[in-house]
Design a protein. Structure first.
Length: 134
């Protein structure tokens, strides 16, 4: 593949930013899903408690703020974009590392233990993955 150096570097930086955003969204979705579950359980308790109507109203407005929808939409858009590229351009081991690192949020250490590579070896593979997806 022949590319102009400036375009390639810009594209590589964009892929890196997108993949980091994908990882961040994955963590947020997991956190918000757990928080929403806890808040819904608390909501049931509050509804049956003698808490004031003002307290109940404030609590319900907090639940509405914990919305997964925005994060899910952005996560889905990035997943569609990069899962098809990963299928086309990555080897099976690279795809597994890509999924663990950017979708499942695994650490370098966790991926290294799973794949029997060193952490620095995984870091090098992730760098190559970014280049292949650029």
């Amino acid at each position: 593949r022949m590319r102009k150096e400036g375009f390639w570097m810009k594209n590589k930086a964009q892929v890196h930013n997108d993949l980091n955003r994908l990882k961040e969204l994955s963590h947020k979705i997991q956190y918000f899903a757990e928080a929403e579950l806890k808040l819904n359980k608390l909501c049931v308790v509050i509804e049956h408690s003698s808490a004031s109507q003002k307290a109940k109203s404030r609590f319900n407005s907090c639940i509405k703020k914990v919305s997964l929808q925005k994060h899910l939409e952005e996560f889905n858009d990035l997943m569609i974009k990069y899962s098809s590229l990963a299928k086309e351009r990555l080897e099976p081991l690279e795809r597994a590392i890509f999924i663990d690192a950017y979708i499942n949020g695994a650490t370098l250490k966790e991926i290294a233990e799973k794949t029997y590579y060193s952490e620095s070896g995984i870091k090098k593979k992730l760098d190559k993955i970014i280049i292949k997806l650029s």
